[in-house]
Design a protein around this ligand. Structure first.
Ligand SMILES: [Zn+2]
Length: 281
């Protein structure tokens, strides 16, 4: 009797909590339990930019980005978040990671290194996490998340969660950081669009409103970015200047300047020539 009762209870017993809930970096404490998994679907729904869903990236104008090049663009969130910097590198062409021709694949490496270095050079940044999930949109986009220096508790897996938990950094600091990264990238080509911070006479609330960029409202944070809304597919933007698999002429290069060097104009002149921006997102 007793045994059969126990058996019937087993299916409802939640799995034990994994060890990471005890890690110092785990953002939550208190009573937790593991969610029940939904049944797997036989066919996954289309992501943004797939099937009949519109592609947010393809539809976004250049001025929605902090830096744009011939084949890559970099954008920020629409407002400051908890981390000192969160940026997204996108290809201009509508391709996913595994579909990149060799030229773009090589440039992706160059851009990743360049952007990581630019963000890491900001004051107060201890590390830059580079992530690619790709569950929300079919259009290639890499996340760059800056971990505040000294915040050891933010190391590792849960940094993207902490971005939504920490109080947002100041608007002025955020804009200054964006301008510095944009200027850094522009030293290699492309066009910086993030401007240095202006003197702010407005109240913080009205500033947030004027920050604009509603088209990216859904990506206020890494977590929210996973939420999506239906759209329509843009087939035209596909291949364009991507180059052929065999045409890897890019010599991913080489001595990236420090931020100070970049401001002084000490840059590698080869890059802009070989590929506009072997630049960035
Ligand atoms: Zn697209």
């Amino acid at each position: 009797m007793v045994d059969s009762t126990r058996v019937s209870v087993v299916p409802d017993t939640p799995p034990a909590l994994p060890d990471f809930t005890q890690w110092p970096s785990f953002p939550f404490e208190g009573d937790l339990r593991v969610k029940r998994l939904d049944d797997p679907v036989p066919v996954e729904p289309p992501r943004k930019g797939e099937g009949h869903r519109e592609c947010t990236a393809c539809n976004a104008p250049d001025d929605a980005y902090i830096w744009v090049g011939e084949r890559w663009r970099v954008r920020a969130m629409d407002r400051p978040t908890g981390l000192p910097m969160v940026l997204i590198l996108e290809s201009r062409t509508h391709l996913d990671l595994g579909d990149l021709p060799n030229l773009l694949a090589a440039e992706l490496g160059v851009m990743t290194v360049r952007l990581e270095r630019a963000i890491r050079s900001l004051d107060g940044v201890g590390r830059v996490h580079v992530n690619r999930w790709g569950d929300g949109s079919a259009h290639l986009h890499l996340w760059f998340l800056a971990r505040p220096y000294g915040r050891l508790q933010l190391r590792g897996t849960f940094l993207s969660l902490w971005d939504s938990i920490l109080p947002p950094i100041s608007e002025s600091q955020w804009r200054e950081n964006l301008a510095m990264v944009a200027a850094w990238l522009a030293e290699f080509g492309g066009r910086p669009l993030a401007e240095p911070p202006r003197i702010q006479w407005q109240a913080p609330s009205s500033l947030a409103e004027s920050a604009g960029r509603e088209e990216f409202e859904e990506s206020v944070s890494v977590i929210e970015s996973e939420e999506e809304t239906p759209v329509t597919v843009d087939v035209t933007d596909g291949s364009g200047d991507a180059g052929e698999p065999g045409s890897v002429g890019v010599t991913p290069t080489v001595g990236e300047p420090t931020l100070t060097d970049a401001r002084v104009g000490n840059v590698d002149p080869r890059l802009p020539a070989t590929s506009d921006d072997p630049d960035r997102r």
